[in-house]
Design a protein around this ligand. Sequence first.
Ligand code: ADP
Length: 251
Amino acid sequence: MIRFSGVVKRFGDNVVLDHLDFTVAPGEFVSLIGPSGSGKTTILRLLMTLEKVDGGTIEVCGDYLSHVRKGDRLGRADEKHLRAMRRRIGMVFQQFNLFPNMNVLRNITEAPVRSLGLAADEAEARALDLLDMVGLSDKAQAHPAQLSGGQQQRVAIARALAMRPDVLLLDEVTSALDPELVADVLRVLRDIATSTDITILCVTHEMQFAQDVSDRVMMFDHGRVLEDAVPEKLFSEPGHERTRRFLRAVI
Ligand code: ADP
């Protein structure tokens, strides 16, 4: 579903990703862990085409995402291709980024109607199903400001899923939440992981969650995959001293 081949990403002199190779199979839930600054968020941003690579290639569903290099000018066909690729990928951010002036239902139906061309009633039916899934059926008419952070984040998850992406990217989605609101969001993500065949790439500091739901965990350090293992192995018998130190510090 996802293939990074020799991906290089620099910010000035700072080599953030250094010939990075990894693959993610369809339906896998892969957690990205590692110290701050090790390049995890950059990987998600490259997949969202919010950043461009300096070298190497990224494929999603067998199509190239990154034949577009930094500085390239995009032709119309490239733009169209990128838009189509972007639609296959949903992202949920640390800050929920809901549209403050729209109610919850509209937040979820907006993109499917506008960019998928879904009929309003169909988009609404889909949104209501998703709200049920994230436990917020009674909040369809509420505005974001009337919701707790955890509820807003669950709406953001429903909004991403409304586009029926093949890949869902989660960037520290519980980091901005008060501790007592984290559990509800993690429960929803657990449900999604077990009840759908969506491919999920999850940057997280919630080690217990990563251990419970991931099919695979990748430990990053300085833009490289230091360790790539099933959670049972990575958390109980990490192969690298750096991983052991990191886990001791965060658990
Ligand atoms: P992580 O998610 O593992 O904390 P990031 O991918 O956010 O790491 O960042 C990796 C490195 O890239 C850091 O050194 C960070 O300062 C740098 N970086 C990220 N985004 C930018 C940017 N837009 N401009 C300059 N440097 C950046």
